[in-house]
Design a protein around this ligand. Structure first.
Ligand SMILES: [Zn+2]
Length: 403
């Protein structure tokens, strides 16, 4: 073992001794807008606020993460900077606070799946005095102060040695959340010969999971794996709290017109693209009438705010996935004309997870119902949807890097 300068790379908690409490003046705080319906799961797993304050002879960075979080801190030279990698805590603190003292500016970005990188670009070399969760376990505190260049370089060299010593962990595969529609006391649509949508949706989702897991290019989670009722907002939160790369809701609706048949793909829009899409959305959204008074619902007002919050890239991602789904499904099954439609589905309202709803066919059509009852047909659908998922993930924008 070679000896290492006292202030080197820090891991976990409490690697640096803390000096006196000093004078603190919070000069800049940014906080994410957290809607009541979403506040808890997001706050528990994200960097919800960031502040940079003067501290005796230096500055103190506070990252509010809600719960203890794994992190790695190291320094880099040319140009000098302090880098903090946080695990499983996406940045939701808006614009980082402006620079102060030795810190010229702060940047934050997704470094690789599941890791947020916060970079402090420095005006002058610094020593890291402290990098640890605070006593409450909710905030990561990093204290730095100007230091001779030799001290800073010692830290940087130690960081580099540590980085070399540690083989990089394989990146985590992106997570695809499959959402079999309905369930439990909500049967969904019921076909002419009595087929329940909830059973078809679950069977198809389980088949899709088998296909996706067989290929091993993504992780898969289901919002339900049994015949249970799950409120719509809960399905959205399930995907959000796991930082899903994609949310795929699987259905087989019924319409008044038994002659309408074929698969179709839906993405979120404030206004429905056509009356049929609106009818489909109304049917699917009605699932929440089974939820009972305890359901923590999304009011129309919150729903409107949520739609406004849907980021452009999320919508772009959803539209891209929808195009792939239509293109793949078209190769193997009958499609509804204008197969990609838009409407206000509650389950598609995650502001940060690209979301698509697939109607595999209509149970009101005897032809579709007969097909959807067949495992071989569901297999065909699953293979087509898996192909679309892979195409989507292959071209999904690579993670941003900073540092
Ligand atoms: Zn449905």
């Amino acid at each position: 073992m070679t000896s290492r300068p006292p202030a080197a790379a820090a891991r976990g908690t409490g690697s640096f001794p803390r000096r006196g409490p000093g004078r603190r003046a919070v000069i800049a705080t940014t906080a994410a807008l957290l809607l009541p319906a979403l506040a808890r799961p997001l706050a528990a797993r994200a960097i919800a606020a960031a502040s940079l304050a003067e501290e005796e002879g230096g500055v103190r960075l506070a990252l509010v993460v809600g719960e203890p979080v794994g992190f790695r801190l190291f320094t880099l030279d040319n140009p000098p900077r302090v880098v903090i990698d946080l695990e499983g805590a996406p940045w939701r603190a808006g614009t980082p606070p402006p620079g102060l003292g030795p810190v010229r500016r702060i940047r934050a970005a997704l470094n690789r799946p599941g890791v947020t990188r916060v970079v402090l670009d420095l005006e002058v070399p610094v020593a890291v005095r402290r990098a640890a969760m605070d006593a409450s376990g909710t905030t990561l505190v990093v204290e730095i102060a100007p230091a001779p260049r030799a001290v800073f370089l010692g830290q940087a060299a130690a960081s580099e040695a540590e980085a070399r010593a540690e083989p990089p962990r394989p990146p985590r595969l992106p997570l695809v959340v499959l959402d079999p529609g309905h369930g439990g006391r909500d049967p969904g649509a019921i076909g002419a010969s009595g087929t329940q949508e909830k059973r078809i949706a679950l069977a198809a989702a389980l088949e899709l999971r088998r296909v996706l897991e067989g290929e091993g290019r993504c992780r898969v989670a289901l919002t339900r794996t049994r015949d249970v009722f799950v409120p719509l907002a809960e399905r959205v939160r399930f995907a959000q709290s796991r930082n899903a790369a994609l949310f795929l809701s699987i259905h087989a609706d019924a319409l008044d017109d038994a002659s309408v048949r074929g698969a179709s793909v839906y993405t979120l829009a404030e206004r429905a693209s056509d009356p049929l899409a609106e009818r489909v959305a109304r049917n699917e959204n009605r699932a929440d009438r089974f939820a009972g008074p305890a359901f923590e619902g999304v009011t129309p007002e919150v729903a409107r705010i949520l739609i406004a919050l849907v980021r452009r890239e999320t919508l772009n991602g959803s539209a891209r996935m929808a195009r792939h789904a239509v293109a793949s499904l078209r190769q193997s099954v009958v499609m509804l004309p204008n197969s990609h439609r838009f409407a206000g589905f509650v389950v598609l309202k995650a502001p940060d997870v690209p979301s698509v709803l697939v109607e595999m066919g209509f149970l009101s059509s005897r032809a579709d119902e007969a097909l959807l009852r067949q495992a071989a047909h569901r297999r065909k659908l699953a293979v087509a949807m898996a192909e679309a998922v892979h195409r989507y993930l292959d071209e999904a924008s690579p993670v941003l890097t900073a540092g």
